[in-house]
Structures are given as C-alpha cells and as structure tokens.
Design a protein around this ligand. Sequence first.
Ligand SMILES: [Zn+2]
Length: 143
Amino acid sequence: MRRIALALVQLLLTSPANAYAQRSAEVDDFLGITRCEAGQAVTDLRADVRDSALLAEVEAHEEVHRRQAAEFPTCEAFLASITTARSIIDIELPAYCAQWRLAVARGADSAATRREFAWRIAAQSGAMENRLSVVQRFERECA
Ligand SMILES: [Zn+2]
C-alpha cells in the first residue's frame, strides 16, 4: 500500500516533458521526477533529453518541489501532506508558474501556456471540474 502511494505521488510530482505538446500527457512525457531518498527530495531528469530550454523548464519546476519538500522535517512528510486535490493544486501552481515564466521568456504565448498548465494541474489533481478556477488562480498568483 505504501509503495503504491509513493508511486502515485511520484507521478504527481513529475513534470511534463513537453508543455506544448498537442497530445495528452503520457508517462513518456514526464522528463523529470522528484522523489524522496532518505528524507531528501531528489530530482532525476530523463537522460535522453537534450533540449536545453526544455531541461531548464523542467528543472525550474522540480526545483520548486524540492524547496517545498525542504520546508517539511522530511521529504516523506511532505509527500504525506499531499492528500487532496486542493493540496496538489497548491504545490503544482508555483511549480508550473516557475516553468511558465521560462516558457514565456523564450516566446511561448503567455495566455495559452497559462491555460494549458492550469488544465494540466487540474488533470493532475484529478479534478478537471476545477480547471477554470485553476486558470483564475494561475492568473492571480503567477505573473
Ligand atoms: Zn509538479
């Protein structure tokens, strides 16, 4: 049971490989993963990714999760705190915000990227019905 829970959370903490892909996210799309190792959050980036701009975005996203985890006594305690759709949205918003800033800086459409990331957050949280409110939060909390 515990292993299943951790695997699920790992997926939730993972970044999309290509934020601009026109297809839905699949496991192969996840280029970075932040996981707990002996109480510390560690990020693995997929070794075959060569696009430096994309790597920078994934790293920016996962860096936020490492910082969030560092605010807890242990990384595992951080994972254990992620129990609701709301808590997933709360941790993913700042991570996608960091990613969004880099994407926009390199020319991605600001509003379209914000909407796409908000929908991803809503999907990750398992609450697609919240996607419009996630878009609104993204606009309010990430500029
Ligand atoms: Zn994330």
